[in-house]
Design a protein around this ligand. Sequence first.
Ligand SMILES: [Zn+2]
Length: 174
Amino acid sequence: MKLIEKWDERMIDLARHFSTWSKDPSTQTGAVIVSPDRTTILPGYNGFAKGAPDDPEIYADREVKYERILHCEMNAVLLGAQSVKGFTLYTYPFLSCPRCAVHMIQCGIARCVAPAIPPDKMERWGEAMERTKQRFTEVGVKWTELNLEDGHVSDEYTARARVTDEQRRMLNHR
Ligand SMILES: [Zn+2]
């Protein structure tokens, strides 16, 4: 098993820090997007557009909130206002949602790193995370999940095996 690299752990700590800046009462997410030479670090967290009212009542109404909120990844890209081609995206508390995944692919993100989804979040987010991994894997974006408890990583090679299993299952169901 591969050990977590110090730099990856540090960037996840940073993404976790930015997640605490979110005013969303239900889910706080954080992102940092890092250049290959590690000299540019673009932060983001989930929230409304710059200058928009962000009172707790607006966050309390799910439908209104979903229409207004920017996910942490898109906030990092848009506020950074520069090319992120070849950059690495770090997200907290887990990998991007499938919608952000396709946006990140289109921005040219080369690798995505996030903590492995905790068992208690599996029911709500597990399937979406699998779809995200499939989107990344099918276009060759590398992804890495960090098991922060035991200090190990699972990576895109596992994803390939999983996608194959998934495809096999779908073929069997036809
Ligand atoms: Zn998203």
